[in-house]
Design a protein around this ligand. Structure first.
Ligand SMILES: C[S@@+](CC[C@H](N)C(=O)[O-])C[C@H]1O[C@@H](n2cnc3c(N)ncnc32)[C@H](O)[C@@H]1O
Length: 252
């Protein structure tokens, strides 16, 4: 089931720019992602990360809806957020076959158009690597989660192996260009726990493939009853760690 969507607009990554790069990013890349984000270990991770989702769920980086087949029956409704219009087209069949109503509500996880404490869960699969400022997105996730609600995620990011991390730092500028802004070197566990969410489960491992691309963080982080606002110095240091300039805007 699929319902109305907001369209148009732009975002801070310049996604709707025209020209060769814009065409690649908007038309070709979503198709590449749709074809490549599959395979045995990816599917198993999707099954694990979606287990336990229920009630009102907000999925950031919804893409072509590859998580739809894994939505548990306990899930009542999904709010989908993604800037890629082609991803939406590719998701249409899966969404139509889904028993869970899916509603597109926005283009950017850094500005979620839903009220405070309105989601039971937020889901993100391989998306925090691409969002221009993941700390702003995480602040939004905390805002929209009800107290006790949980953020379920599987993400690739910075390896603890210094040699691999160095390769990730070297490759990230190229990766950003060819993969729509994707960073290989974001310390996902530090970003999530630094945001004020409480990391209650975390598994880290390499998926099959080049180690620089495949270091994976899979976990659950709960929104505590009271959230301590992030100090400006912590925000600056986490932001620097994920490739943002130190003068990035702080989360609201
Ligand atoms: C690597 S793909 C993953 C797609 C999907 N989550 C999956 O598991 O197949 C990253 C997704 O993040 C989306 N994305 C990029 N910037 C975003 C933003 N600011 N807010 C929300 N989603 C974003 C992209 O359009 C893309 O669909």
């Amino acid at each position: 089931m699929l319902s109305a969507q907001r369209t148009g607009g732009d975002d801070s990554s310049g996604r709707w720019q025209t020209g060769g790069m814009g065409l690649y990013r908007d038309q070709i890349l979503p198709r590449i992602v749709d074809l490549t984000m599959r395979g045995d270990d990816v599917e198993k991770a999707r099954a694990r990360v979606t287990a336990g989702l229920d009630g009102e769920v907000l999925e950031i980086g919804f893409g072509s809806g590859l998580n739809i087949p894994y939505y548990p029956a306990t899930l009542k409704h999904v709010w989908a957020v993604d800037p890629a219009a082609v991803g939406r087209k590719l998701a249409a069949k899966r969404a139509a076959a889904s028993a869970v109503p899916i509603e597109y509500i926005g283009l950017d996880a850094q500005r979620l158009p839903v009220g405070d404490a309105s989601a039971d869960h937020v889901l993100s699969t391989w998306t925090l690597c691409t969002i221009p400022d993941p700390m702003v997105a995480l602040a939004e996730i905390i805002r929209v989660l009800r107290p006790g609600g949980a953020f379920h995620f599987v993400e690739h990011g910075r390896s603890p192996d210094t040699k691999v991390a160095r390769t990730q730092d070297r490759l990230t500028p190229l990766q950003r260009r060819v993969a729509g802004g994707c960073h290989l070197n974001r310390p996902i566990d530090q970003l999530v726990s630094g945001s004020g969410l409480e990391l209650t489960q975390l598994e880290t491992y390499y998926m099959k493939g080049p180690r620089a691309m495949e270091y994976t963080f899979e976990g659950i982080a709960v929104r505590p009853l009271t959230v301590t606002p992030l100090a400006a110095s912590s925000y600056r240091s986490l932001s620097r760690g994920c490739g943002r300039r130190s003068d990035s805007p702080r989360p609201r």
